[in-house]
Each structure stands twice: as structure tokens, then as C-alpha cells.
Design a protein around this ligand. Structure first.
Ligand code: AMP
Length: 353
């Protein structure tokens, strides 16, 4: 057990690191952020900050010597250098390695028995043409690495689109994935302890626009609720196979065949921000509890319904109007310039019957 008063290292200094640091502080921990940027928003709420590249082994070693436990808040990190954190790192590097490569991820998920969309690994336009012939259209090409929020993706809606889509992803190694005809999208967020205990929150109905999450709503409609039991079993199986400690997020499509895994994130997730006010224990606090081996908190709903809406790009400029709603829980990440598509904050509203 890592007791309060200890120092938690967080690799990555974005809004997820910021909210993890805030939850850590509530439980009496100090946080040390490692991030290559000048003033990452998590560093504003943490006790210590190391500015270093993610592959700077000597900086990671010094960081590792000064923290009692370490975690990460995003998945595009070079895996090799993180090895210096060894047993202090939760989740471990396996979760990271699997989640950061879409082909590895899909094979791994299939290996656990969970359902994914039919897919092929592609490294050439010929491969793409073969995937179109074998899987039919629509197909989405997704680069194996460094994709997020719909980036590194291109749709093929007829076989004539193949070349344009391949160019759009710049001919990078990719997966070609059959388009799923889904009724809704949802996520299962699971927190897992080293001894195998797991907790789940209600699964939110997630609405995306242009590949970016816009809203998460709980409780979800029946089309999702009916699939949650099977999806939880799949998520628990994936977490166990990864020997994952901490929060793991599995995103699903609710299809006519049942839940189809879209992707996993080995971390707290945007679709779980509603838990800060909408559940007895937030995903951020539960992650800290799991990696420090504290007892689990209750994940029960703290309201009859909860809606979280992201503030993307210049939507953050509406902060004054949002704050004039006295019941809106407004979160502003303090990230500086509001570029299009950048997640700048979120607002959560609870309904109490
Ligand atoms: P991703 O970055 O993989 O989460 O994809 C972003 C969004 O694109 C998803 O949330 C879906 O709305 C959509 N999408 C991705 N893959 C598929 C698919 N195979 N079929 C249908 N929609 C998809």
C-alpha cells in the first residue's frame, strides 16, 4: 500500500493528469508531473514538475527515484524508456504497448474472446484494395499508431475511394476496419486492483462529432443498457489479460450483433469525466485508489441522470454564460490557446429527482 503523504508520479501533463493530480491531493498525496512541454496544465496543480522528453531515460530515472508510484495519462509514449520505472509503474508497460498499436490491440482483444469489427492490417495500397475486396465497404483506415480523436483516419465508402484514403493517411501502416452499423456508442470504464478486484461505473451513451467526443450521458438508453453486462465481461477479460492495475477504458459500438469493441485506453477517459460529480467516487480518485492499493470507493450514481459536455476549441469562450448557471459544474483546463478541436474544458449537469 502506498499511504497518503507519498508522491505519485504522472507521466503526461494534460487535463487527465491535472484531474488525477486534483484527486490525489484530496487523498493527501503529492504529485510529480513529467512532460516535455513548457507549462503543461497538470503542472499548475502539482507539487513538482520535470520538463523532459518522454524518451529521456536519465530524466525518467531521476523522476522514478523521487516518486513512490508512477502512472501515465496518455498512451503515445515510447514504451522502452518507461522500463526504468519498473515495478513502480501502474498500469504496466504491457497495457501501453497493446493500446498504442491498433493492430496489436485488435489481435489482443480478439485473443480475449471479445468482439471487434472485421479488420486487416495494411501496409500498401494493394493491401487496402484486398481489404476492400474481402471486407466490402464502408471501411475506415486508421493508422496503427498516434491516432486520436478521429485523427489518422480516412473512410472508404466505395472502392474508388481507396487511393484517396490511403493518401489521406500518408501511406502509414494502418488497419482497415469494416464500418460498424451501430445504434449507439458507449464505454465501459473499469478500475482493477492488483489482486484482481474490479469496479465499474454506469456506462455512458457517448456522442461523437467529427471523431471527437461531445457528450456522455448516464443512464444510457436501453439499446446500450441491454449490452452492458456482456461489455463489462469483455472489459474485465481484457483488463485481466493485460494484468492491468488502475483504470482501463473500453469503447464499444452497440450493434445488432451485440457490443463491438472499438478501442481501449489504458487510462482514465473523457467519457468518465461525468463521474467527478455524478458518481460517489470519480474515475480519477478510483485510479489513485487502485494504483496505491487503497480500498475501492463506491461507483454508484450520485444523481438520477448526468450529462457531461465537452468544451472544444472556442466553445470555452462561453465560460461566463456557463458559470451563470449556478448548477453547472464547469471545468476549465487552463490550457491556453483554444485551437479548433482542442479539448479546453467540460461542463457536467446533474438531475436529481
Ligand atoms: P476512434 O478514434 O477509433 O475512436 O474513432 C472515432 C470515431 O469514429 C468513433 O467514435 C466512431 O464514431 C467512428 N468510428 C470509428 N471506427 C468506426 C467503425 N469501424 N465503424 C463505424 N464508426 C467508426
Amino acid at each position: 500500500m502506498i499511504p497518503p503523504g507519498s508522491t505519485i508520479g504522472i507521466v503526461g501533463g494534460g487535463q487527465l493528469g491535472r484531474m488525477l493530480a486534483m484527486a490525489s491531493a484530496q487523498l493527501g498525496y503529492r504529485c510529480h508531473i513529467l512532460d516535455p512541454h513548457d507549462r503543461p496544465c497538470a503542472a499548475d496543480v502539482a507539487a513538482e514538475f520535470t520538463r523532459a522528453a518522454y524518451d529521456d531515460r536519465s530524466a525518467l530515472e531521476a523522476f522514478g527515484a523521487r516518486v513512490d508510484v508512477a502512472t501515465y495519462e496518455f498512451e503515445n509514449l515510447p514504451v522502452g524508456p518507461l522500463g526504468v520505472l519498473a515495478d513502480k509503474l501502474h498500469p504496466g508497460v504491457k497495457s501501453l504497448a497493446v493500446a498504442q498499436d491498433r493492430a496489436e490491440e485488435k489481435s489482443f482483444i480478439e485473443g480475449t474472446g471479445a468482439r471487434v469489427a472485421p479488420w486487416r492490417s495494411v501496409t500498401s495500397l494493394d493491401d487496402v484494395a484486398r481489404a476492400v475486396a474481402e471486407l466490402g465497404v464502408p471501411i475506415v483506415l486508421k493508422t496503427r499508431r498516434y491516432g486520436y480523436d478521429g485523427k489518422g483516419q480516412a473512410w472508404i465508402r466505395s472502392s474508388g475511394d481507396a487511393e484517396g484514403a490511403w493518401e489521406a493517411i500518408r501511406g502509414e501502416p494502418a488497419v482497415a476496419e469494416a464500418g460498424v452499423n451501430f445504434a449507439a456508442e458507449f464505454s465501459v470504464i473499469v478500475a482493477r486492483w492488483a489482486d484482481g478486484r474490479t469496479t465499474f461505473w454506469d456506462s455512458p451513451d457517448n456522442v461523437h462529432r467529427e471523431g471527437i467526443l461531445r457528450t456522455s450521458t448516464v443512464p444510457a438508453p436501453a439499446v446500450i443498457a441491454d449490452q452492458v453486462e456482456e461489455a463489462r465481461a469483455a472489459a474485465a477479460g481484457i483488463a485481466e489479460a493485460l494484468d492491468h492495475v488502475g483504470v482501463l477504458t473500453v469503447e464499444f459500438f452497440a450493434s445488432a450483433d451485440g457490443p463491438v469493441v472499438n478501442e481501449i485506453a489504458p487510462r482514465v477517459h473523457n467519457s468518465g469525466h461525468w463521474t467527478i460529480e455524478g458518481a460517489f467516487t470519480s474515475q480519477f480518485e478510483q485510479h489513485i485508489r487502485a494504483i496505491c492499493d487503497l480500498p475501492p470507493g463506491s461507483t454508484a450514481l450520485a444523481a438520477s441522470s448526468v450529462v457531461m459536455a465537452n468544451l472544444i476549441g472556442d466553445e470555452i469562450d462561453g465560460w461566463q454564460a456557463l458559470l451563470s448557471d449556478p448548477r453547472a459544474h464547469v471545468h476549465i483546463y487552463g490550457k491556453g490557446a483554444a485551437r479548433p478541436g482542442r479539448k479546453m474544458g467540460h461542463v457536467t449537469r446533474l438531475t436529481l429527482k
